[in-house]
Design a protein around this ligand. Structure first.
Ligand code: AMP
Length: 420
């Protein structure tokens, strides 16, 4: 227990963390280019936010939330997703009163008490964006294109973009009735989960991953068949804007998203080669959410990308990802006096923005050279008694193996010349 992380969580060790930094830096750069600014919200919120904002008939809220009472008796939940918190912050800080749209992004951990398997964790990480205050289909296209651009910048291949429109409060009830009719006739053939979903949230039945449920619902009426004229126009315009910028997609009338707040555009990006948990990101429009939280009727749209799965996909495709950054200078010392001088030199190098380190394990010179090699040091500065006496350093270029003497005060310019 004491030496194990909780199930469904993991450590990211040095060596691996550089890959995460690369995913995060690529996301930040992308957001800068698209005009999104970072929003940081707390890891936990009032449970009520997710009940209202995500929907209490969703699996995420019904079965997967980490909910507890704090010492003040409040019901608190670890955030299972980032959209409801972003909408809460947008309202709380009156951002709806400023210029619209408001474009924000977040990168951070989310928590769901899910069945742990490859690609499904209990603490996982999402990069997500949200746009509040524009219902324009151009924004739908831009958000979808931005998700695809993220994968493109990471050099991922073979993504499949699925897109649908789930309609609005005007047309969805019509579809819901038709779907209910269809499902009622096949109730016995559905799994237990779906049978209980039919009346509470029939759309979710289309999302069931059970083979049998998928077969039974094959010919089910889709939201696309019942879109009102406004929703249809919005969907057509969204697709035509995507065509304009060359984003390829598959229209998938069965695509519904796990969360309740979606209206109109819903999309998901799949990568079948990473296994059963093939969704590497998804999102959609949620025009009802801000009002649902007690604010004005403000449209919104966003996406969330699962970073664990993106990383798995990159590794599966054999991508070369950044690892440890090599050290510029290792200072190898022999004797206490040299160690003191070495420490001063290392500090001076660091203050000049050169990465530098020295031995603290009392290793022999030979062992220090070996250690420098392990650190992939570009250069080793060797200081022994002889060097101290003469005020010099032996500077060895680890790549070429060449070694020459430099005066201590010349070390800094010699290092600068060598560069990284
Ligand atoms: P969602 O908020 O459910 O739409 O999820 C958005 C993305 O987050 C998915 O496409 C996955 O890539 C990722 N994701 C969702 N749940 C998990 C989980 N339990 N473990 C790892 N990644 C997840």
């Amino acid at each position: 227990m004491l030496t194990r992380v909780p199930k469904g969580t993991f450590d990211v060790l040095p060596g691996e963390v550089e890959k995460w930094q690369f995913l995060e830096e690529t996301a930040r750069r992308l957001c800068r280019d698209y005009g999104y600014r970072e929003l940081r919200t707390p890891i936990f919120e009032h449970t009520e936010l997710f009940l209202r904002g995500v929907g209490d008939t969703t699996d995420v809220v019904e079965k997967e939330m980490y909910t507890f009472q704090d010492k003040g008796g409040r019901s608190i939940s670890l955030r299972p997703e980032g959209t409801a918190p972003a909408a809460r912050a947008y309202l709380e800080h009156g951002l709806h009163a400023g210029p619209q749209p408001v474009k924000v992004f977040y990168i951070g951990p989310m928590f769901r008490y899910a069945n742990v398997q490859a690609g499904r964790y209990r603490q996982f990480h999402q990069f997500g964006i949200e746009v509040f205050g524009s219902g324009d289909p151009l924004v739908d296209a831009e958000v979808v294109a931005m998700a695809m651009e993220y994968y493109r910048r990471l050099r991922l291949r073979d993504m499949e973009l699925h897109i649908n429109s789930v309609g609005c409060p005007h047309c969805r009830p019509v579809h819901r009735e038709k779907l209910l009719e269809f499902l009622r006739e096949r109730l016995e053939q559905l799994c237990a989960d779906c049978r209980s979903r039919v009346h509470r949230n029939p759309l979710r039945v289309l999302d069931c991953k059970e083979e049998e449920c998928r077969r039974v619902t094959e010919g089910a009426p889709t939201t696309l068949d019942y879109l009102c004229s406004e929703c249809r126009l919005h969907f057509e315009q969204t697709l035509s804007y995507l065509d304009e910028v060359g984003v390829q997609y598959v229209v998938d009338g069965r695509l519904v998203r796990g969360l309740d707040y979606y209206t109109r555009t819903a999309f998901e990006i799949m990568m079948p080669e990473i296994g059963a948990q093939s969704s590497i990101g998804g999102g959609g429009r949620y025009d009802g959410l801000v009002a649902q939280l007690g604010g004005p009727a403000v449209p919104g749209i966003g996406f969330a990308i699962g970073l664990e799965r993106v990383l798995a996909a990159l590794e599966k495709q054999g991508a070369v990802l950044p690892g440890r950054e090599s050290l510029q200078v290792f200072v190898a010392v022999v004797g206490e006096e040299a160690r003191r001088t070495g420490f001063k030199i290392v500090q001076e190098l660091r203050s000049r923005g050169v990465s530098a380190d020295l031995d603290t394990q009392n290793r022999s010179l030979k062992a220090q050279m070996k250690y420098a090699n392990r650190l992939q040091a570009a250069m080793v500065a060797i200081i022994g008694e002889e060097e101290l006496k003469r005020g010099i350093i032996q500077l060895r270029d680890m790549e070429s193996g060449q070694q020459h003497e430099v005066k201590i005060e010349e070390l800094y310019s010699a290092v600068a010349k060598r560069g990284r």
